[in-house]
Design a protein. Structure first.
Length: 432
């Protein structure tokens, strides 16, 4: 009799993994705050930390959102953010074996009677390019096998899928989702609700599980954090119609009715980095309507507290993305929210509700983070294209002007064809 396997609920697995990681972080933060307060010290660390970027060196994939958090909290994680699929590892090993054979053939060619120095250099150059490529993938020693260690266990990564339902009345969204619902009406006046669920995307192995893996390379900042933060703000203004007013307010806030952020003057902050870190928190709030988040009605209610958590998580992720230090906002209000959630999660009453609320806050923060990154990348790509076109236009103008000058010079220096004949006639007349 064929064994029946229970169908896995990948959406629930993903959300449970996220919830576990978040609860652990929040507990550690509360313990740290209480300890600092008891010792008369200030707590200056964020209540949530986003791990270093997780990426696939073979495909160039950058894992974002929930996958980044899940992979960093995996039992396999050892501080190395490189992850590979099984097929990646197999393909890298196949390329390595092919390079070793080419290397042996090249050595034989160097000793053969048909040896030609130019041909040898060409082949050696191509081989060196392949070796460099393998080193970029993570191969440490080209002469040793690149493979998984025995008993290695993979981690699951997920993808977000949108679900849509049409009904005369839909309330509460899908209970199996992360409680994010985007609502509207269709041409027939029926309510259209969309929500997101997580589905299986694949399995990956951390670099620490691979034999012959090279040490983690230094991927230092490739940009100026302040410059990129300014570009990010410009992108959100240009692409979403956001308005940022600086210097007309003593505090930072977002006014949804006007889609406007008010910021104190830069001089009111200790540094430009703190200014942009604060601005990013307010920009996170500004994405609420576009992404269908529910607004709080009064300070302290559940929706208000959740929105603050979403904005703070988003700004922490963005600070790391841009290379800015994050200034913690673990004040008394945030601490009260966290204690309330943790107590509910640990107790039996309201446990499921608060687990879902906490997880939903992160999922929505991750979506805001991805949404903003997409806008900034599009803005930068368009700006780069404009600069390229502008440069080409300048070059074309210079070319046209140069041709015009050359043409003018030719005309001014050219001698008319009848000039010699005219000169000859003048000479003959002078002799008469």
């Amino acid at each position: 009799m064929e064994k029946e396997y229970e169908k896995r609920d990948y959406n629930q697995e993903a959300l449970s993994s996220v919830n576990s990681a978040l609860v652990t972080q929040l507990k550690q933060c509360i313990e740290g705050v209480e300890k600092a307060q008891a010792e008369g010290k200030e707590w200056d660390k964020p209540f949530f930390t986003m791990p270093a970027p997780a990426y696939n060196p073979y495909t160039g994939t950058q894992y974002s959102g929930i996958n980044r958090l899940i992979l960093a909290n995996s039992k396999n994680f050892r501080g190395d953010g490189r992850f590979y699929t099984y097929n990646n590892i197999t393909q890298i090993e196949e390329k390595r074996q092919s390079v070793v054979k080419e290397k042996e053939k090249l050595a034989e060619y160097a000793k053969s009677p048909s040896y030609n120095a130019k041909t040898y250099e060409e082949k050696a150059g191509k081989l060196e390019e392949k070796i460099t490529e393998l080193e970029k993938y993570g191969v440490h020693d080209i002469n040793k096998p690149f493979h998984l260690k025995k008993s290695s266990k993979s981690d699951t990564v997920y993808k977000s899928l949108q679900r849509t339902a049409i009904s005369k009345a839909i309330s509460g969204g899908n209970e199996d989702s992360e409680a994010l619902e985007l609502s509207g009406t269709d041409e027939n006046g029926l309510k259209v609700s969309s929500w997101y669920v997580y589905a299986y995307a694949g399995n990956v192995f951390n670099a620490c599980l691979i034999e012959n893996i090279s040490p983690l390379p230094d991927r230092g900042l490739q940009h100026d954090p302040i410059e990129l933060a300014e570009i990010h703000a410009q992108a959100m203004v240009a692409k979403t119609g956001l308005r940022i007013e600086e210097g007309n307010s003593s505090r930072a806030f977002y006014r949804g009715s006007e889609h406007m952020i008010a910021m104190p003057a830069k001089s009111a902050f200790k540094s430009a980095r703190e200014f942009y870190d604060t601005l990013n928190h307010e920009i996170a709030h500004s994405t609420g309507d576009a992404l269908g988040r529910v607004k709080g009605k009064t300070f302290g209610d559940e929706a208000y507290a959740k929105e603050e958590l979403v904005a703070e998580m988003t700004s922490i992720m963005m600070a790391q993305e841009l290379g800015l230090p994050h200034n913690s906002m673990c004040d008394e209000n945030h601490l009260a929210y966290m204690k309330s959630w943790i107590c509910s999660i640990e107790g039996t009453e309201g446990k499921a509700k608060n687990e879902k609320l906490l997880t939903s806050a992160f999922v929505q923060a991750a979506r805001s983070f991805d949404y903003q990154n997409a806008i900034r990348n599009e803005f930068m790509a368009e700006r780069s294209l404009e600069k390229s076109k502008s440069k080409e236009q300048v070059q074309e103008n210079v070319k046209v002007q140069t041709q015009a000058v050359e043409s003018s010079n030719k005309k001014s220096t050219s001698i008319p064809k009848d000039k010699p004949k005219q000169k000859e006639e003048e000479i003959q007349l002078s002799m008469q």
